[in-house]
Design a protein around this ligand. Structure first.
Ligand SMILES: NC(=O)c1ccc[n+]([C@@H]2O[C@H](COP(=O)([O-])OP(=O)(O)OC[C@H]3O[C@@H](n4cnc5c(N)ncnc54)[C@H](OP(=O)(O)O)[C@@H]3O)[C@@H](O)[C@H]2O)c1
Length: 436
């Protein structure tokens, strides 16, 4: 006997788009909404447009609230219904014409824990505590500028914000949501078990594009116009003579951008304005996007084309997140594929580059130079050869800084706090499995 509920479920928790149909076994989910979420052992997802749902990771949110129940998720196309569906004698079918999938909505038990903020003292806006208290629907707010002594607080943390102590997250039993103060969610790579923990993770992606792009071009212009040598000469009152062949221009050169997200797009726009040819690489380029992007004045390709495109680039700009897939994506082979005259710019994350291979490529003049805002270990160890190579320009991982950084990220955090409390989809949700 199949009972069908066509009206949208009002209970926040799991939502789908128009093309998605959810089917729950009634035996394990007695109510046709989500208050019984912890009873679900199997979820059947029936789609009319299956190609949009690439794999089970898209719906992993169903599993997140109860990772220890080892919930099974089945994905099917509609029509037809899978044969065992009609064979089941006690089934509730819930059709939810709602938007997007929220991995985890408002906690079912209405638990109100603390909002814990961990930030360096100079990053805490003066009115932060009051703002979070006002928006936090009665939750206590704790701001810690030092993570020592946090042990006593872990039990009650429901929401964690800031540059977070990844090592402590697994010990927060009531944690539901983490709002990062950075664009990258690198901690997932260092604490992979957290991918299975039942909390939502959101980033500060979106607020870095302009300053990151300006910093990137600052590095490139410094290199092309020989600023480091001339500035060093200035300190010696030396009117440094620069030969024409020591200088370079960006116009007419080809830039290959690894990562075409918020920041990569801004870098691409500015590169085009400089008169450069631009090729940008993404993780995946869906068919529909490819069509649209064909109209853009740059070439957008999948990362799979990396090896074949590296030889074409005069400048390679790496603005990738650090994930399982991007670790050491620039290795000895990639560096060997680059032109001898090419520049490598890394403003994303140090661990996406095999640093010994980069040092070797620079030392052997396999590539012309490296402009780095990020390194594999930060701060860069005192004995790293990168300090002394004259073909390297280093900045100390501050390309993302902006004078209004705190205000910009607070805007995301407060917007997300409101959404969280209303059980709405959060902005900048990180897919813990892809890592960004
Ligand atoms: N130096 C700094 O101070 C600083 C500051 C801010 C950010 N960052 C770094 O910059 C990164 C990007 O930030 P964002 O805000 O631009 O992020 P974003 O909007 O999420 O964009 C990420 C981009 O990387 C692509 N990508 C992910 N995995 C990939 C893979 N395996 N191969 C190829 N492309 C891949 C994505 O491809 P799809 O388009 O196909 O999804 C997307 O285009 C951050 O994660 C952070 O590590 C550094």
């Amino acid at each position: 006997m199949v009972k069908e509920e066509n009206k949208p479920c009002r209970n926040p928790g799991v939502f789908t788009d128009d093309n998605l149909r959810l089917l729950f076994l009634k035996k394990v989910l007695p109510k046709p909404c989500f208050s019984g979420l912890n009873l679900i052992q199997q979820v059947f997802v029936l789609r009319q447009a299956p190609d949009e749902l690439q794999d089970q990771r898209d719906i992993r949110g169903f599993r997140e609230p109860q990772p220890d129940l080892s919930m099974t998720v089945h994905v099917h196309t509609l029509p037809p219904l899978p044969p065992y569906f009609t064979a089941l004698d006690s089934v509730t079918l819930i059709l939810l014409p709602l938007q997007g999938i929220i991995p985890y909505g408002k906690p079912m038990d209405q638990y109100k824990g603390t909002i814990l903020v961990t930030l360096q003292a100079d990053r805490v806006p003066p009115d932060m505590e009051a703002q979070l208290k006002q928006a936090g629907d009665g939750r206590d707010v704790l701001i810690r500028t030092d993570t020592s002594g946090l042990e006593q607080e872990l039990d009650t943390v429901e929401i964690l914000m800031g540059f977070v102590p990844w090592d402590l997250i697994a010990r927060m039993p009531h944690l539901r949501w983490v709002q990062l103060w950075s664009a990258g969610a690198d901690g997932l790579q260092y604490y992979p078990a957290l991918k299975e923990r039942p909390f939502q993770l959101t980033s500060a992606s979106g607020i870095h594009a302009q300053q990151l792009a300006e910093h990137t071009f600052g590095l490139l212009l410094a290199w092309n116009r020989r600023f480091p040598a001339v500035f060093a000469a200035q300190t010696q009152h030396d009117w440094r003579y620069v030969r024409a062949e020591e200088t370079a221009v960006l116009a007419g050169k080809t830039m290959l951008i690894l990562g075409y997200g918020v920041i990569g797009k801004r870098i691409a726009q500015i590169a085009l304005a400089f008169g450069m040819q631009v090729i940008a690489l993404r993780r995946s380029v869906p068919e529909a996007l490819q069509e649209r992007e064909k109209k853009e004045p740059l070439r957008i390709e999948s990362i799979h084309a990396l090896g074949s495109l590296l030889p074409a680039a005069d400048v390679v700009v790496n603005i990738l997140p650090y994930t399982e897939d991007t670790r050491h994506i620039i290795d000895a082979a990639a560096l060997a594929a680059m032109k001898r005259t090419s520049l490598y710019v890394n403003v994303g994350r140090g661990a996406t580059t095999d640093e010994p291979a980069l040092i070797e490529a620079l030392s052997s003049k396999r590539i012309a130079g490296a402009l780095l805002d990020v390194t594999e270990t930060e701060p860069l160890p005192e004995d790293s050869p990168l300090w002394d190579l004259d073909t390297v320009i280093l900045t100390s991982h501050y390309a993302g800084l902006h004078p209004e950084y705190s205000a910009l990220v607070m805007e995301i955090a407060l917007d997300n706090l409101g959404r969280y409390i209303r059980g709405e989809p959060l902005r900048n949700l990180v897919d813990k499995h892809t890592g960004y």
